[in-house]
Design a protein around this ligand. Sequence first.
Ligand code: AKG
Ligand code: FE2
Length: 380
Amino acid sequence: MSNRDSDDATVEGLFEPRGLNKPRGRASRADGWVGGRADTWFGHYRENPASRAGADARRMATDETYAAAVAGTLRERDAASEEDGDAELTIEPLSPGIGAIIYGVDMANPTARHVKRIWNALMERKVVFFRDQGHITRDEHIAFGKRFADVGFAYGRQRALAANNSPPDHPEVLRLYADEAHPFAAANWHSDVTWSNRPPLGSILLSRKSPPVGGDTIFVDCYALWDSLSPVLKTFLEGRTAAHGRAGHDEAEHPICRTHPVTGKCALYINPTFTNSIRGMAPADSARLLAQLYAKMYSTPEHTCRFRWRDGSVAMWDNRSCQHYAVSDFWPHERRMERVTLVDPSAEDEVPFWEDASGKRHYSMLLTSQEAIDTPLGYS
Ligand SMILES: O=C(O)CCC(=O)C(=O)O
Ligand SMILES: [Fe+2]
């Protein structure tokens, strides 16, 4: 693979076999701990500490002082995140890169300071969790969501779907209930509602009843997924779009590198649940590249955290920077979840976009009518 770092790689070149478990080049700090992976391909670059620090991996490999500074930053960050500096809250990372459990919050009565701190933690950690919130009512659940953004219907903007799984008096609440007679879990990797051009900003999922074992939810950091692609693949994908949804029904075209409206970072924004194809590629090439990307995205535990539910536990995720997967291993037990869905009050930020080097935003597009998107067929 001589053209590894050049800009002229062909699509075919991206898939040349690289051989299994062969050492490639000089191992360096910047390569982190990833070696000997059987699934390594050209698009797998580095699950490296640099990506977690937002640092320059190449410079780390050659500049020891710089690498030491990056190490210092990470040490400090991991230590600092254990304590908030605000005696009321404790923030405990669930993994180095994604997820944190926040203690000291009563969701029925959060202070303004709590709200600010939770929001900042959410932007940094992509998903945050709370324990022991089973006492909150549905109204309090909704009110908590309104402290951060607008609260939408069960799937965000789509009123038509709300009736399916919402209590009649609370169309904002989505019930995700499973038991022996009704097995159900969203056991597929996804970001919510990417068949719409206005997917939700995030969700706040509360466990009303958890199984005694199983039914965890896994989250993956989509910034890290983007960061750890090879430079050639990033260049190839940047500015490209993919179609999501069901053709002719509810379909939207989104940037593959989605710029986050708050952090400005790029998240890898495709998922095997809703994404159909990469625009501008032959169908076979698109299918192959998506398959390779998914293999990469969902086989990197370094970029994930896994949350074990208890009654009253809560997950609050940023739907723009992470994806999730509910593990369907808990049958025949009961698992009763209730979700409040956040939508972005800013019309400019709500629609996904990729921001190019000149600061211009390239927005997602509808592939069907707005009406079709807003009255979809329903997803089970
Ligand atoms: O049940 C879960 O853990 C997650 C369900 C889900 O995908 C969602 O609420 O968007
Ligand atoms: Fe979901």
